[in-house]
Design a protein around this ligand. Structure first.
Ligand SMILES: Cc1ncc(COP(=O)(O)O)c(C=O)c1O
Length: 405
């Protein structure tokens, strides 16, 4: 059978790899199993969401607009304004924002839209942090670009070293994925870091795709958005030619901000040329947000109160983890997101031990990273722990972890 040989090279999905790794290993009979492997919020969306969905029950028969309703795009613009100071003068909901069915869709599809056949006569490159959210790699693969995995290790501050991009790479670079707060390490890209990425993109003609889906989950410092940084770049260069968000696209969703992973409600925003083209492209192929979910999303983007509660919930979980784990396994408080990234020496071995001896499921770091050209995997010595369960469960899991590892 003829199939796409590029996509055939796709490795098993991280959670399938975990399933295979743990196959045949039972958890202890005397403990309740706890899974901290998947970054899925375990708390509900605000209770008023279901009322809004019910109130729009009559809309299920209607095809919703591909780009989201004007109300939804307006609510997203309102949140971007409140959260990042992007005023309505700078951010037009019609030209700068598209709703999409969760950020995953955009992260996968954007490379298909953006990557050319060749760049400067050569095969284009899509670069991403390593470890990384697996969808970046799949999007890059489908686009035909070469994937470049940029190590984001303790030594590089857990973000890729942008100075490591050499002239040949920059010449071929089509997309640079940035993830802040980073999954899995939880670091926040500073304004300076984002500015560096944006300036490089404009100088070398590539697009920064900034995955900001953990932007509302932070410990002390609210993470900046690449869009906000565009304003700072514009101010310092006096650019006033409508190219404010030139070559910058941010991706975000309600999945983490509002515990709404099941809503499949997100957006892309930024460069109006890309938004127009990508919007045209996705209108053929992508799922649009059903009217009832669109209406609920409007209310969620308009409300910040529930987000404060969600943020406080994860902070408490980090407090508990810190109190129990202390300074073992290189523990640090993640400045953003809700993952612990613990250096346990051998992540796969630790994941097996944790399941066999403690009934705790975690993701080995190697399952969210790729080998570098020297065959080293920057995630191999780590495990990723999603602090998504309630405080008592997190305490129990961490206590078991320190006991068996
Ligand atoms: C870094 C990162 N980006 C994007 C996503 C996709 O989220 P969604 O499609 O639910 O918006 C996830 C989900 O876990 C993620 O961790």
């Amino acid at each position: 059978m003829n199939i796409n040989p590029r996509l055939e090279t796709l490795p098993d999905y991280p959670f399938d790899r975990l399933r295979s790794l743990l196959e045949g290993i039972g958890s202890p009979d005397n403990v309740t199993p706890i899974s901290l492997a998947v970054g899925e919020p375990q708390q509900p969306v605000p209770s008023w969401v279901s009322t809004i969905v019910q109130d729009h029950d009559h809309c299920w028969n209607n095809y919703p607009p591909f780009a989201g309703t004007p109300e939804l795009r307006g609510a997203i613009a309102g949140w971007l304004d409140r959260r990042f100071g992007l005023t309505p003068n700078d951010l037009d909901p019609q030209t700068h924002i598209l709703a999409c069915a969760g950020s995953r869709e955009a992260l996968y599809l954007l490379p298909t839209w953006l990557v050319p056949e060749t760049k400067n006569g050569k095969r284009p490159i899509v670069a991403m942090p390593n470890p990384f959210y697996h969808v970046y790699g799949t999007g890059a693969l489908a686009s035909g670009a070469e994937s470049l995995y940029l190590s984001a290790t303790h030594e590089t501050g857990f973000l890729p070293d942008l100075d490591s991009l050499d002239a040949e790479t920059l010449e071929r670079l089509s997309i640079l994925f940035v993830c802040s707060p980073a999954n899995p390490q939880g670091v926040i890209a500073t304004t300076e870091y984002l500015e560096h990425a944006i300036r490089l993109a404009r100088q070398h003609d590539f697009v920064v795709v900034s995955d900001e889906c953990y932007a509302e989950i932070y410990d002390h410092t609210p993470p900046p958005s690449a869009l906000q940084v565009c304003h700072e770049v514009a101010e310092s260069s006096d650019a006033n030619d409508g190219s404010l968000y030139d070559r910058v696209i941010v991706v975000n969703s309600l999945s983490k901000r509002s515990n709404g992973a099941g809503l499949r409600s997100g957006f892309v925003a930024g460069d109006p040329v890309i938004i127009e083209g990508y919007g045209r492209f996705r209108s053929y192929i992508a799922a649009s947000i059903p009217f009832p979910i669109d209406a609920a999303s409007v209310a969620l983007w308009n409300d910040d109160r529930h987000v404060e509660d969600i943020r406080a919930y994860y902070r408490r979980n980090i407090d508990v983890a810190e109190a129990v784990i202390g300074d073992r396994f290189g523990f640090y408080r993640p400045p953003g997101g809700f993952f612990l990234w613990l250096d346990v020496g051998d992540g796969e071995a630790a994941a097996k031990t944790l399941w066999r001896d403690a009934g705790v499921k975690v993701l080995p770091g190697a399952h969210t990273s790729r080998d570098d050209p020297q065959g080293n995997n920057p995630g191999a010595s780590y495990i990723r722990i999603a602090l998504v369960n309630d405080e008592a469960t997190i305490r129990t899991a961490c206590e078991r972890l320190v006991k068996v590892l």
